[in-house]
Design a protein. Sequence first.
Length: 159
Amino acid sequence: MNLKVVFKKSKNFDVKSNRIIKYIIIHYTGMKNQAVAIQRLQSQVAKVSCHYLISKKGKIYQLVKDHNIAWHAGKSKWEEDVNLNSKSIGIELVNNGKEIFPKNQIRALLKLLTALKKKYNINSKYVLGHEDISPIRKKDPGPKFPWTKLNKLNLSKKR
Ligand SMILES: [Zn+2]
């Protein structure tokens, strides 16, 4: 992947040498700022993580390698699949849950999605939000997330 990615270590994952990546799940961090969000994604008490985190300026961080299982989705379901962590890549967008997603952040996300979809041959209909797969518990990435933009580029098939 010829995207610039900065590594930040998180121990919150299950080791896996090969797995089928069927889904990409999009989240917002829902924390007051990026530092607090990264701290949480690295905390061995919180036990949560993601594969990628994208800053508001569009910088891409990787916390867990693609082939390992990051702990981002929790209890979740889509079609016949349950607990989607094992089959997915999780992407967190730095956003407190009420903010507009900045242009540079979305631009970086579109690039990352394009690269990941190609690399793992992921169907656009399996690019989903956390709110889709855990609708009772989760609201992210929320109504401000630009699904129409993703749809237009055939990166998702939602709404
Ligand atoms: Zn989430």
